[in-house]
Design a protein around this ligand. Structure first.
Ligand code: DCP
Ligand code: CA
Ligand code: CA
Length: 375
């Protein structure tokens, strides 16, 4: 192997991919915000506002799920299932979940060779290089990541480890909450075979119904089904995918979707205020998070912006462009402080949430660093 590497020959290595999914995400964040609700059924709701109880359940904690409460269910039905039980119903606070999600993203990205966020509460991590294709080391890394997410954010997640995205995703679903499921290459076929066909990503209700009509119920049935007939029924693209995925074959790369044009972080203040010191304390933390994200991705910024959501929910922004791009956290903090100083001096009402954004992102600063290091 070493010899091949010396010759510059690429050696084929087993891929190791992780899918990390936060458990009962919105409800778990609410539990963390208010630990006294932890032992009760917690139901996070999207109220439509028409009547007091109209709307649907966004998600529920596992205690509420034991009573049959599910995502997407009408709130009225959830209340019926929880009748006579002391349960907590809360409205969704999407902005807050997004803040938490971004911090978790930073932790996850820092543990991956390549990274792909696929929703507010889950992401794929390509870890092949850092564990050198070793599934034992991948399991240890997964434990480490779970520990970091728990210690830094107070949240549990479930992790699936497999030789590709398809397998990692199904593995993550296999044990929840706080699960870790490792599926080694030799275990893929027996692991997948007994599962229902609609556990594969990309198999929705409609496809599952059509498969059922063909007598295909499990992933194993699908794996053994004639690929030509699948192509006839579902077209070349989906037919080929169904055949490969059910056999545990998937080459989809883990990749960041679209280079970020800007990176921003926002936080809700403990109380509405116009006090510069209190605000800077919060924005310094946001700057640190943005800096961490910049360093991870090897990016520098040209512009710095601030945003403030005021007490009356109006949104104000200010920004300035630097003379040259930098990835220096001190420069970022300085610019943010200056912008807030000026902004707060002009503002008549208190701020409720404050944010920082960097834009004009460019790759790397290596050249500048090398030049300045001569002086
Ligand atoms: N969500 C929603 N409506 C749905 C499904 C999900 O608003 N019909 C939101 C709330 C969830 C979040 O998306 O917390 C993540 O969705 P998941 O499917 O990952 O579900 P959970 O994280 O809630 O639960 P699990 O522990 O099963 O992952
Ligand atoms: Ca989840
Ligand atoms: Ca999810």
């Amino acid at each position: 192997m070493e010899y091949m590497r010396m010759l510059g020959v690429a050696t084929l290595q087993t891929r190791v991919v992780m899918l990390v999914d936060l458990d009962y995400f919105f409800a778990q964040v609410e539990e963390r915000r208010n630990p006294s609700i932890r032992d009760k059924p917690v139901v996070v709701c999207v109220y439509s506002g028409r009547t007091e109880e109209s709307g649907v359940v966004s998600t529920a904690n596992y205690i509420a799920r034991r009573f049959g409460v599910r995502s997407g269910m009408p709130i009225i039905l959830a209340k019926k299932r929880l009748k006579g039980v002391e349960a907590v119903f809360l409205p969704v606070d999407h902005d807050y979940y997004e803040e938490v999600s971004e911090r978790v993203t930073t932790i996850l990205r820092g543990n991956a060779d390549d990274f792909e966020r696929v929703g507010i509460d889950e992401a794929y991590l390509e870890v092949s290089r850092r564990v050198e294709g070793d599934f034992g080391r991948a399991a240890a890394l997964a434990q480490l990541i779970k520990g970091e997410v728990r210690d830094r954010e107070g949240l549990t997640c479930s992790v699936g480890v497999g030789p590709n995205k398809v397998v990692a995703k199904i593995a993550a679903d296999a044990k929840k909450p706080d699960g870790l499921t490792v599926v080694r290459p030799g275990e893929v076929v027996p692991f997948l075979s007994p599962l229902p066909a609609d556990s594969l990503i990309g198999v929705g209700k409609k496809t599952a119904e059509r498969l059922e009509a063909l007598g295909v119920k499990t992933i194993g049935d699908l794996a053994n089904y004639d690929v030509q007939r699948l192509i006839e029924c579902f077209g070349k693209s989906l037919g080929t995918y169904l055949h490969n995925a059910s056999n545990g074959i998937d080459d989809e790369p883990v990749q960041e979707r679209g280079e970020a044009e800007s990176i921003s972080r926002i936080a809700t203040l403990k109380e509405d205020t116009l006090d510069l010191r209190g605000i800077i304390e919060v924005t310094d933390r946001l700057c640190k998070e943005i800096h961490e994200s910049l360093v991870q991705r090897g990016l520098s910024f040209k512009s710095v912006g601030i945003v403030a959501v005021m007490k009356d929910l109006s949104i104000r922004t200010r920004s300035r462009t630097l003379e040259s791009p930098t990835d220096d956290v001190g420069v970022l903090r300085g610019a943010v402080k200056e912008l807030f100083e000026r902004f707060l001096g002009e503002s008549e009402i208190e701020a409720r949430r404050v944010g920082v954004r960097v834009s004009g992102l460019v790759k790397g600063m290596e050249t500048q660093r090398r030049l300045t290091s001569f002086f």
